[in-house]
Design a protein around this ligand. Structure first.
Ligand code: GDP
Ligand code: NAG
Ligand code: NAG
Ligand code: MG
Length: 390
């Protein structure tokens, strides 16, 4: 009995399955049913099969983004500055293309490319092809780039060999030393750069993760900001052995250029009120800043004081700690700005906006997981606590 009941149930299920399958597919098996839709004006000639219509999901409400923001409105007296070699062409193209797509197609700020050699015609042609903006290509004067005569060449060479052996990043690369000195003391004096008040430093091969909807230059102008950054990191100790000692000598000699520590950003770069440097610096591969600050009497004195010690060659001082130390000592902290909304990547280091609102508004490619901001060698927590103390 049990056996028969089981067979009966099983047969029943199989039969019902066939019925269900037939009902499901009979409509597409029957050609007659499919002859529904006709194109007006082509009666009888063309018919199409009923498509299986999958309705679109309801549109996700998007934050209001003024897509053509920037088409009018005021512009800052500003430019992009890209230092590059001819061999950096591919990376420069990628950077400019992203900058245009994410921001500058709506603003048309100009570009200044700088190089210690002449840019090739191919370089110029391919860059110009990416933007309707004015693009200028400048040659760096020799004295703004190469190791000066008064540097003891043997001592500099020995230092490079020592750093190379000790695996100090770029320590043995003379061009890198030249580049750091140029970016510390000369780029803002180049004739093509003298035409402007503001700059945005861009490197080849960087990434912009998000739409940059509002004009960062106008933000700087309208909010009385002087220096803007996205990433901040700890410097490699072996590159700056005597930098802070030199800075302390400068502070003793020129106290008039140093703001009180209740006003400046000293606490970002020192954990002990200035006795030592904690190696925090704003990463200068991205900078949106005032050229006037670097041209000021205070910064000129600062750069010349550092330069005459030879530290750009006898050590490997980077332009990032040099810029950052000057900004932290000589500017009110309120005039230094973190561009949280600008998703940015340099090599493996990435900044991605944390807030959901900014992330959606910028249609960012990155996610918070990619962000370097709160990893162990980021100075972002230091910056946060400085801002929190007001
Ligand atoms: N013209 C020129 N540009 C250089 C030279 N070395 C570096 N640069 C540029 O200087 C910037 C920093 O160099 P990079 O190699 O990215 O150094 P990093 O960012 O410190 O790792 C980039 O914009 C490079 O294209 C050089 O010898 N000549
Ligand atoms: C922009 O700034 C530079 C440098 O200060 C100045 O020489 C130039 O006249 C300014 N241009 C405009 C359009 O205001
Ligand atoms: C703007 O900043 C400068 C220093 O960068 C400061 O001297 C000046 O008082 C500030 N002005 C306003 C209106 O905040
Ligand atoms: Mg770089």
């Amino acid at each position: 009995m049990h056996q028969r009941a089981r067979y009966a149930t099983l047969s029943c299920i199989i039969l019902m399955s066939f019925v269900a399958l037939y009902r499901k597919y009979s409509s597409i098996l029957t050609v007659d049913d499919a002859q529904g839709l006709e194109f007006p004006g082509l009666e009888g000639e063309y018919t199409i099969m009923h498509p299986t219509l999958i309705p679109d999901p309801p549109p996700r409400p998007l934050p209001p983004v003024p897509l053509e923001r920037g088409s009018d409105g005021p512009r800052a007296n500003a430019t992009f500055i890209i230092l590059a070699r001819n061999s950096d062409l591919q990376g420069a193209l990628l950077s400019v293309r992203q900058l245009e797509d994410r921001f500058n197609r709506r603003y048309h700020y100009p570009y200044v490319f700088l190089n210690e050699e002449e840019f090739t015609e191919d370089f110029k042609r391919r860059i110009r092809n990416l933007t309707p903006s004015k693009v200028e290509f400048g040659l760096i004067p020799k004295e703004a780039w190469f190791q000066p005569e008064w540097i003891d060449a043997e001592k500099a060479q020995a230092a490079m060999v020592r750093m190379e052996r000790a695996n100090v990043k770029y320590g043995g690369n003379l061009a890198y030393h030249n580049m750091c000195r140029f970016n510390s003391g000369f780029f803002f004096k180049h004739p093509l750069v003298l035409q402007y008040e503001w700059y945005w430093r861009v490197e080849p091969n960087i990434k912009f993760h998000c739409d940059i909807i509002d004009d960062p230059f106008m933000y700087m102008v309208q909010n009385n900001k002087t220096y803007g950054f996205t990433l901040s990191v700890y410097e490699i100790p072996a590159t700056i052995k005597n930098l802070w000692l030199t800075v302390k000598d400068f502070m003793t000699e020129y106290p008039e250029y140093i703001l009180p520590s209740s006003v400046n950003a000293l606490d970002f770069i020192s954990n002990d009120g200035g006795r030592s440097y904690n190696r925090c610096h704003f990463w200068s591969n991205f900078e949106i800043a005032s050229l006037g600050f670097w041209r000021s009497e205070a910064y000129t004195a600062f750069f010349e004081f550092l330069d005459k010690t030879g530290g750009f060659y006898y050590e490997r001082w980077g332009d990032a700690p040099v810029h950052s130390i000057a900004a932290a000592l000589m500017l009110p902290r309120s005039s230094i700005h973190l561009f949280e909304e600008i998703g940015y990547q340099h090599d493996d280091w990435s900044h991605c906006p944390r807030s959901q609102e900014l992330w959606e508004r910028g249609r960012c490619l990155c996610t918070e997981k990619d962000s370097f901001d709160y990893s162990w060698d980021s100075c972002r927590p230091k910056w946060d606590s400085l801002v929190a103390t007001g």
